[in-house]
Design a protein around this ligand. Structure first.
Ligand code: ATR
Length: 291
């Protein structure tokens, strides 16, 4: 097994999901491995749900220093970890696994970190403290983003097609984080935009092959920042319309890139840079994957 002299661990990593062929993570980590001239590899690990437990338990034995976890396995993976960091424990979901020297599995969740870092990179100096944020959605992505925003001191207005899910999410968040959380009926989502300073789409609406997001942006003042967790397409209709409205926008690709930084650092010992060249490579890879 090859070993990284800095981290003294195996140098093989990958992404566990089902399906996972569409993942940009191999292109992302392979770019950094080459850039920093490190020994290592990153592979797709398509894993059917009934094989997940076994796959996680044998990660170390198969020579992996860790793995990313993606849909639909993040919650189950959290239950299978020997250790969880505070964020993964709060969210009961893991997107990053580190195989420790003693073979035990540590789970972390860096999705919210990726979201906030992307926002701060896109809008330098943005202050989220006491900022009113409208979050569209109530799924796993929403939970990670909402938790990170609450940690930053933001106030949340959550709206979701299925209101009971938004209410359940509010209850879960109130157990693990402090802060103001309000629920807005989905039918009134456009009205909820009046006093917000940040609008975030965490639904799958607007994604390629998914329905469009219908939202009236007339109430959005031009000092509102609009960001979309959807990154295929990169410029969603929401971002295009917000830009046409005079708002600053941040696309979702950076969230994916920034969430990967702590993983790369933990596995390969280097805090990697987010460069324009990397973005271009991933945009190109996304094009290839969608044709
Ligand atoms: P993820 O883990 O990526 O967040 P998810 O948990 O499946 O994915 O969440 C998808 C989100 O997109 C949910 O908020 C979902 O709304 P529901 O909770 O009502 O299902 C939202 N979504 C998906 N399709 C939608 C649609 N056609 N209209 C409105 N919201 C939709």
């Amino acid at each position: 097994m090859s070993v990284n002299p800095q981290t003294k661990s195996a140098t093989k990593a990958g992404v566990i999901g089902w399906p996972v062929a569409h993942s940009l993570s191999p292109a992302l980590h392979t770019y950094w491995l080459k850039k920093y001239d490190l020994e290592g590899s990153y592979e797709l690990l398509p894993t059917e749900p009934h094989r997940l437990g076994e796959s996680l338990q044998t990660l170390g034995a198969r020579g992996f220093c860790g793995a990313n976890v993606t849909v639909p396995h993040k919650e189950f993976a959290a239950q299978a970890m020997d250790h969880l960091d505070a964020t993964a424990a709060a969210l009961s979901a893991v997107n990053l696994i580190i195989v420790r020297q003693d073979g035990s599995l540590e789970g972390r969740n860096t999705d919210g970190f990726g979201f906030v870092e992307n926002l701060k990179a896109g809008v330098p100096g943005i202050d989220l403290k006491d900022t009113n944020v409208c979050l569209l959605g109530a799924g796993g992505t929403t939970k990670a983003v909402a938790y990170a925003l609450l940690q930053e001191g933001a106030k949340l207005w959550i709206t979701n097609r299925t209101q009971s899910k938004a209410e359940a999410l509010k209850e879960q968040l109130e157990i693990c984080a402090k802060g103001d959380i309000h629920i807005v009926p989905w039918s009134e989502r456009s009205l909820a935009l009046e006093d917000v300073k940040l609008l975030v789409n965490t639904t799958s609406l607007g994604m390629a092959a998914q329905p469009a997001l219908s939202l009236d942006l007339d109430r959005l003042s031009t000092d509102v920042v609009v960001t979309d967790c959807v990154y295929a397409p990169l410029q969603t209709e929401l971002l295009k319309n917000a830009k046409a409205n005079g708002c600053r926008t941040v696309d979702g690709l950076g969230m994916l890139i920034h969430q990967a930084r702590p993983a790369f650092r933990a596995w390969f010992g280097v805090d990697p840079q987010v460069t324009d060249e990397l973005r271009e490579i991933l945009i190109q890879r996304q094009r290839e994957l969608s044709t």
